[in-house]
Ligand binder design. Structure first.
Ligand SMILES: [Zn+2]
Length: 232
């Protein structure tokens, strides 16, 4: 299976590509027995590390600093590598299992640490994600919820889009009865500069399926996800 997915429909030049290559053909016996493993890669246009290093050096100059200063000698390389690390998703195996027991209650992973880069200021925002779903025919390895969140977080982001992308992706790939994602995060562009609202947290949510349409299911999701954030 090969899947191309636009994760930014506002700007076609920044279209990300998600490639999902099902390993059915060379599946191990357990996979062939109904545990398909899917490897996810999420890539933008390949970064140019040398160019990024030169650009940081130029930025230092533009800021009135001397990139030739002995103390700044390694700074362009460090900054470029830091950014590249934060913007490069790690591949992982998306393992799903048949829902043999017919489990039909909420599965919720709470307080998943999340960090991303604000696309407006290139400053980090950090916090936690709470990701839940009502299983359909398949269930997902629990650690994979955090992996999916990380895959989209390692990008230039706004919190609203990040939240929506995680929910949309799970809905499409897992086809559950419902999906709910809540992210609460502190944005350094709000706490370190501008309004300097240290400690202010932004809460966003995205819901699909039964969690969106059914009042009781939605209430249950928010009640379980609650605890470390104020309900939106
Ligand atoms: Zn910002």
């Amino acid at each position: 299976m090969r899947l191309l997915e636009s994760v930014d429909d506002r700007n076609s030049t920044r279209q990300a590509v998600v490639q999902a290559d099902a390993l059915i053909d060379d599946a191990s016996p357990s996979e062939a027995a109904g545990r398909p493993s899917v490897t996810i890669r999420h890539t933008h246009r390949p970064p140019d590390r040398d160019r990024a290093i030169r650009a940081v050096s130029e930025l230092l100059t533009a800021l009135g600093r001397d990139p030739g200063d002995v103390h700044l000698a390694e700074t362009p390389r460090r900054v470029a590598d830091s950014l590249l690390e934060m913007l490069t998703p790690r591949a992982f195996d998306l393992t799903t299992f048949p829902n043999d027991e017919g489990y039909d209650q909420l599965v919720l992973a709470k307080d998943i640490p999340i960090q991303s880069l604000c696309e407006h200021h290139l400053l980090p925002f950090r916090g936690v994600a709470h990701i839940g779903y009502l299983p359909g025919n398949r269930i997902l390895g629990l650690s994979k919820l955090a992996r999916v969140a990380e895959m989209f977080a390692r990008d230039l982001q706004v919190q609203e889009r990040l939240t929506q992308q995680i929910a949309n992706w799970l809905q499409q790939e897992l086809a559950p009865a419902g999906v709910g994602v809540v992210i609460e995060a502190e944005h350094e562009c709000m706490s370190l500069r501008g309004v300097r609202a240290t400690g202010a947290r932004t809460v966003t949510s995205a819901l699909h399926g039964v969690l969106r349409t059914d009042d009781r299911s939605r209430s249950e999701f928010f009640a379980l996800a609650q605890g470390s954030f104020s309900r939106p």
